[in-house]
Design a protein around this ligand. Structure first.
Ligand code: R5P
Length: 320
């Protein structure tokens, strides 16, 4: 494949090798060879196997656990790419870590999402592609152009096929209300919201805004970390008479004890994506893992050709 930016060259870090392989299959472009070595002193070294001079390079690297290693590997990789004189480098980050640190909400704390956005550009990326940022405003932290995509187009297709005509979409916290509303509109279902309010230093009160009694519910969020937010949401919808509970989230961070919590919740289906690799021991029998490979592959293709990326989401975005 050749465009004004040369040929597509695809590289994968070690963060999400299976997803990178699937993207490579979608594009029918092989992953280019590289060595990634961690020396005994923990310094990371990357060497490309072939020339990329004048080419259109895409580096696929998710920044899930081990988060700090994966970030550093991405940066070292970008530096190796930059110094090999390609025409353009796009970093494809299915899950962007540190995105929750997006504001100075108490004295003397960092805004790490801004730092990460800065160092990605400094390391050599000309563009970025990512999925379901914790907050859309993080796009503004990058000084390079990018495409901030959503996997909810894929997740909503899954639920549409299930024809849960009498279900309610529930946002697990107010921060996700707008995206939950988009999903509810897309599925033509009503919306309810879980509101969390701090009542003292150590206690939080939960309120459910909306009706779930006698309905199946689809609880949605951008990610599941330790699982606490989902556990609370499941508890409150059940207290309000919900029937079957489905969970839907883009990023399966699944830090301990999330898998234990999810396993105990008696959920009908846990629907997520492979933006983060989910190891076999974390895969629960009721988990459905949808692939974002075709979506990312299609967007890579369009970025390469210089054609519209918005078109890919035209149907999903009509409610925005
Ligand atoms: C928070 O704003 C996010 O949208 C998620 O609700 C949060 O990351 C989930 O974290 P945990 O699973 O640890 O409660």
């Amino acid at each position: 494949m050749m465009s004004a930016h040369g040929k597509i060259k695809l590289f994968s870090g070690t963060g999400c090798p299976d997803l990178a392989e699937e993207i490579s299959n979608y594009l029918n472009v092989p992953l280019s060879g590289r060595d990634i070595v961690m020396f005994p002193n923990e310094n990371i070294f990357v060497k490309l196997h072939e020339s990329i001079r004048g080419q259109d390079v895409f580096l696929i690297q998710t920044t899930s656990s081990p988060v700090n290693y994966n970030i550093m590997e991405m940066l070292v990789f970008l530096d190796a790419l930059k110094r090999a004189s390609p025409d353009r480098i796009t970093v494809v980050i299915p899950y962007l870590a540190y995105a929750r640190s997006d504001k100075k909400d108490q004295p003397r704390v960092p805004i790490t999402a801004r730092l990460i956005a800065d160092i990605i550009g400094v390391a050599g990326a000309d563009r970025y592609i990512t999925l379901d940022l914790h907050a859309d405003q993080i796009q503004g932290f990058f000084s390079i152009p990018g495409d901030s995509l959503t996997a909810f187009s894929i997740l909503s297709d899954h639920f549409r096929e299930k024809q849960l005509n009498d279900a309610v979409v529930v946002a697990s916290d107010l921060g996700f209300a707008k995206k939950a509303r988009n999903l509810a509109a897309e599925l033509e279902l009503p919306l309810a919201l879980v509101e969390k309010r701090r009542v003292s230093v150590s206690t939080e009160a939960l309120t459910l805004v909306g009706e779930v009694e006698g309905h199946d519910v689809i609880i949605v969020d951008d990610e599941v970390g330790t699982g606490g937010t989902m556990r609370n949401a499941v508890q409150i919808v059940r207290e309000h008479g919900a029937c079957d509970v489905f969970l839907c989230f883009a990023h399966a961070v699944l830090s301990p004890p999330a898998v234990d919590i999810l396993a105990d919740l008696n959920i009908r289906e846990i629907v997520t994506t492979n933006s983060i690799p989910i190891s076999p021991e974390k895969r629960l029998p009721n988990m459905v893992i949808l692939s974002v490979a075709d979506l990312l592959g299609e967007v890579i293709q369009r970025v390469h050709e210089g054609s519209s990326v918005g078109e890919v989401f035209r149907r999903y975005h009509r409610y925005k």
